[in-house]
Design a protein around this ligand. Sequence first.
Ligand code: GDG
Length: 461
Amino acid sequence: MARLVIASNRTAAPGESTAGGLAVALREALTERGGGLWFGWSGETHDSESRGVRLISEGNIDYALADLSEREYEGYYLGYANRSLWPVCHYRIDLARFDDEAFETYAQVNRRFGGLIHGLLRPGDRVWVHDYHFFLLGQELRNAGWRGRIGFFHHIPFPAPEVFTALPQHHRLARGLADFDLLGFQTQRDTRNFTRYMVEHHGAHHLGDGRLAVFDRTIEARAFPIGIDPAEIVAFATSESGRNDADRLSRMLADRALVLGVDRMDYSKGLLQRIQAFGSLLDEHQDLRGHVTFVQIAPPSREGLYAYQELREELDRLSGRINSNYSDLDWTPIRYLARGYPRETLAGLYRKARVGLVTPLYDGMNLVAKEYVAAQDPEDPGVLVLSEFAGAAEQLSAALIVNPYDIPTMAEAIHRGLTMPLEERRERWQELNRAVTENDIARWRRDFLAALDAHPGSEDD
Ligand code: GDG
């Protein structure tokens, strides 16, 4: 079997603190293929321009880690990836900054990383590149001389062409993307957007079965909805530490119902609208006051960017205002925790929550929605309230689907979740759990790699 070589901005190298669900999945993909190579940024930055990679091996996986200079970190990571591509892909052109210098640094890092990876490749390798940090990596691997297959998976939304074309450099990005052989997206929606963009702006021709002829190449664009490992989440939820932490929270809640949100602190996640909806629920349903508590876990991310600092201030202000209006001697309606917790704790809390609120304004997939479903007690499951703009809504239609901008309707959905009869909760949960289990993480990586293996070979294969 061909060796698998993965490139993603961060890796799950030994000692990495960022290892989450996706990192675990990619590590398993490598293990399943009998090992392989995983390239990514080490997380280190230096004053001077750094070169070369550090190699670490664990089991049958080799990690190749490259540092960034401060200038590269500013331009490639904070600048173009997170201040241009992330907001545009999440329909927030208003928050995007278009800075040519940042783009050039992004392109240079893709070039430097492409050269580093190329030096590590062997004939016949399968290369799998991940996410918006590396739109140009396939092209740079081609420039370095690589003719073998390269797959790309886009973890975040691909917006409508009318929005993507706001990026002044979109032509260069498109040319870069066309050097991948297989492009995977989270949803049919994203795949359609990408395909329409390539047809309308770059003259692509449909060849059938998701294949497109564009820029003298044949590429394939398909949806591969990412999933989770449901058995792992069940094990976490029922583990000793998962149960202990859920019990700690139960003591604080007394017998009040728990409404729960878990999100990286990001403007795409709809946190402000969600808190407003909970406030509106308390405005409209006096009987719930003192009987329901909303816990929002929101580990801060990308704190170096102004939009994220501003979001944090607004969240502090809004939750403070609702709490000061409604708190009583023995009850605080909103517990907003701006910190991370171990995965066992999160799973224990998911299982305890009567309502799981997953209401992003826009999201690629949203793994929290799937984790919430997997963690439930089948005999007494909670209710998932899910945004129609999360990729997960394509698969989880048995959730209470809401428009995250429609605050009163979202408040009513929370109310419906809190008062839903057991039988309806069970029926909905069974359907949701079937979707989560059938489309798990193992299926995602196997389907993607099988499609990459099946792609008409290139000359090095
Ligand atoms: C991107 C796309 C796509 C959250 N808080 C803590 C913690 N988490 C974990 C969750 C979940 C993961 O982080 C978040 O995944 P999401 O999918 O919800 O969101 P993004 O981080 O924006 O992920 C998204 C995903 O990539 C995968 O393709 O679904 O659309 O935006 O697993 O449980 N983990 C720990 N402590 C926390 O406090 N350990």
